[in-house]
Write a protein that binds this ligand. Structure first.
Ligand SMILES: [Fe+2]
Ligand SMILES: [Fe+2]
Length: 248
């Protein structure tokens, strides 16, 4: 009889603790869908901080749309939009350079013009996506910091490095989406981005290999080498193949 009372007290405390934890979780785990106006939009929409400690104010997100979409993912998507826009801007600059009358490599020019258009499409896609998820897009300034492009090989090597960088960022974003259980973001990254990225890296790797076979050790010293002829033939073949793709 002497141990009965403390045991009863322990049981009462345990039941109270279980009740408290259930009520704290209830806001995120409704069993039946709420009716319009009854949903708890506060749930999950508190100001959050990303890994760098930057916080997203509530007012920058669209509460009625946003669901399982974290501030951290929003920040990573904004960075990805910037990477895609930067790639587009750089490729546009290359396209313009190779179109010059004193450079005149129409195949490489067309390749970069198309690549620029594609990257811009990727940025537009992600801007639409952030809005669909109830996030908030903020665009940053774009810069092209390449002042020394001269040969087709240098530009294609540069593009290969850019595509590998963009792919690394996409893989990081996919991992973050996976860790957070953001199935939809992981899905669109797999289907609409990663597949294309692998192909772009492979194509550029091939282009670089073909030109490197004729490039001197110092690519800036191409006048005395067979590189010029190889670049001309490469450019003509690339133009033909891009024209063929365009007509099918
Ligand atoms: Fe892209
Ligand atoms: Fe790309």
């Amino acid at each position: 009889m002497k141990t009965g009372l403390p045991l009863l007290l322990v049981l009462v405390v345990l039941v109270a603790a279980v009740r408290t934890s259930v009520s704290a979780d209830q806001c995120c785990e409704e069993v039946t869908p709420p009716r319009a106006g009854q949903e708890d939009l506060e749930c999950g929409f508190k100001a959050e901080c990303n890994m760098q400690g930057n916080c997203c104010p509530d007012k920058e997100n669209v509460a009625m749309v946003r669901q399982s979409y974290t501030c951290d993912v929003n920040c990573l998507l904004i960075k990805q939009i910037h990477h895609e826009m930067s790639a587009s801007f750089l490729y546009q600059a290359y396209a313009s350079y190779f179109q010059r009358a004193d450079v005149s490599l129409p195949g490489i020019q067309k390749f970069f013009a198309q690549a620029s258009h594609e990257e811009r499409g990727h940025a537009d896609y992600l801007i639409d996506y952030v809005n669909k998820r109830g996030g908030h897009v903020q665009l940053d300034q774009l810069e092209v910091d390449r002042a020394d492009w001269m040969e087709g090989l240098m530009a294609l090597e540069d593009a290969l490095a850019v595509e590998r960088f963009v792919n690394r960022k996409l893989l990081d974003l996919h991992k973050r989406a996976d860790d957070l259980g953001d199935a939809h973001l992981a899905h669109i990254l797999e289907h609409d981005f990663l597949q294309e990225q692998v192909k772009a890296i492979y194509d550029l790797g091939q282009y670089v290999t073909r030109l490197r076979k004729f490039a001197p050790k110092n690519i800036r010293n191409v006048r005395t080498s067979s590189y010029r002829l190889a670049e001309y033939m490469f450019d003509q073949n690339l133009l033909k193949s891009l024209d063929k793709q365009g007509s099918t």
